[in-house]
Design a protein around this ligand. Structure first.
Ligand code: PMP
Length: 428
């Protein structure tokens, strides 16, 4: 809407360039599966912000819990004991497998993964000496924007500013079976050998249980071998569930697809469906390595964020939102596959699980990513009232779809029809 231009201009003037790139809607309000501007426009939301609003935008239960907490007057308490922080820690422990029953609350996903890397190294040094500090991440992985988390991530193009890369943080191929042909666990072992590090020098492996850029799972057999290898070599295995946790993939945790349990879970985003909150979840052995006062953060477990998270988790569980994503996910997947069948030489790969799907565009008949096509499709969807965030992927080739888990069949199908129209127009 033309009247929104002044707000966009102001953003351009006072916010860094890096904050641009999304469809130019000035959000005014949001309600469950819809986002509105103040000029009477409404969009069906296929972004969930950025995979945050798992229980819908502005869920009444979440808002009320926050209001009650605010009205109590307690809106900050640092590490001083309070009721809601341990209550949330217990609630998260209850949805986590044994022996992962200690929960450290932080504010962002990046802080959680940074903390997991630190815990892995501390454990490595303890069990294997000063050389056991290697951290392994995966190509095209994403763990956040703090120093170690970004180094462990595998977005090569985003690491150009890291001049003296920590030599003990390396990336190995992600076995997605599309961009990477070798999906065998031997590929992992070979990459470590090539790095010059011995398994005895590795402290941790960090991996998204469902890699966000595709999005994509690794083969089950690969992960089972990885789990065994980590155990044999005293390596802390972290699954980054910042995107995939809290029901997104049709299981509460995406790692449930593999039938293994990691040593650490990092989560964030959908943990509260709203407020900045994240968590590292692990066993007492790994989590209790630092003495009182030495693993904290000013806003760790902020009471309002905890209240929001407790209400969001309750809604996800009580309303079976994970089950909703699992039940309707196949409709979303089929909607994406139908586009691929129509344009097989323009769509390289389609992946989906629960309420997250990705369509990876390619230049006609090649295996070259096509950012422009993905961008055009998203732009057309936006013009037609369907909101997606800007293309993701290592080359910006992915149209990624992640509705709130509350979205019903009718709205989902409406979105699919709009997406089909957008593809038809974008390729015409
Ligand atoms: N890990 C994954 C898998 C993520 O998707 C993200 C955020 N996109 C992060 C970590 C970082 O989280 P945050 O942006 O809250 O720091």
């Amino acid at each position: 809407h033309p009247d929104s231009l002044s707000h966009i201009e102001r953003s351009r003037k006072f916010e860094p360039l890096s904050m641009r790139g999304m469809p130019p809607i000035v959000w005014e309000k949001a309600d469950d599966i819809y986002v509105f501007d103040k000029y009477g426009n409404r969009w069906l939301d296929w972004s969930s912000g950025v995979l945050v609003t798992n229980c819908g935008h502005g869920a009444p239960e979440v808002r009320q819990a926050m209001i009650d907490q605010i009205n109590s007057g307690l809106i900050h308490n640092y590490v001083f004991p309070s009721e809601e922080r341990p209550e949330l820690a217990e609630a998260i422990a209850n949805v986590s497998p044994d022996p992962l029953k200690k929960v450290f609350l932080l504010s962002s996903g990046s802080e959680a993964t940074e903390c997991a890397i630190k815990l892995s190294r501390a454990n490595g040094i303890k069990v294997g000496g000063r050389e056991k500090i290697g951290i392994i991440g995966f190509d095209r992985g994403y763990h956040g924007r703090t120093l170690a988390s970004q180094q462990a991530g595998g977005m090569a193009g985003q690491k150009t500013w890291i001049v003296n890369l920590d030599p003990a943080i390396i990336n190995v191929p992600f076995p997605d079976g599309y961009w990477e042909n070798d999906s065998s666990f031997d590929g992992f072992l070979k990459a470590i050998e090539k790095s010059g590090m011995k398994p005895s020098q590795i402290a941790g492996v960090i991996m998204e249980s469902y890699q966000g850029v595709g999005p994509d799972f690794a083969p089950v057999e690969y992960i089972q071998k990885l789990r065994a290898w980590c155990t044999e070599n005293d390596v802390v295995l972290t699954f980054d569930e910042v995107q995939s946790g809290f029901g997104r993939t049709g299981k509460f945790w995406a790692f449930e697809y593999y039938g293994v349990v990691p040593d650490l879970i990092c989560c964030g985003k959908g943990i509260s469906s709203s407020m900045p909150l994240s968590a590292v979840i692990g066993s007492a052995k790994i989590m209790d390595q630092f003495p009182p006062g030495s693993m904290t953060s000013t806003h760790s477990g902020n009471p309002v964020c905890c209240a929001a998270a407790l209400a969001s988790l309750k809604k996800i569980v009580d309303e079976d939102l994970t089950v909703n994503a699992a039940r309707l996910g196949p409709i979303l997947e089929e909607g994406c596959r139908a586009v691929q069948r129509k344009y097989p030489d323009l769509i390289g790969n389609v992946t989906a699980a629960g309420y997250v799907a990705g369509i990876q565009t390619i230049k006609r008949g090649t295996k070259q990513p096509d950012h422009d096509l993905a961008h055009r499709v998203i732009e057309l969807c936006y013009q037609k009232g369907l909101l997606l965030f800007a293309p993701v992927g290592a080359w910006g080739q992915t149209v990624k779809i992640c509705p709130p888990l509350t979205m019903g069949k009718e709205a989902l199908e409406e979105g699919i029809a709009v997406m089909h129209e957008a593809f038809d127009q974008a390729v015409a």
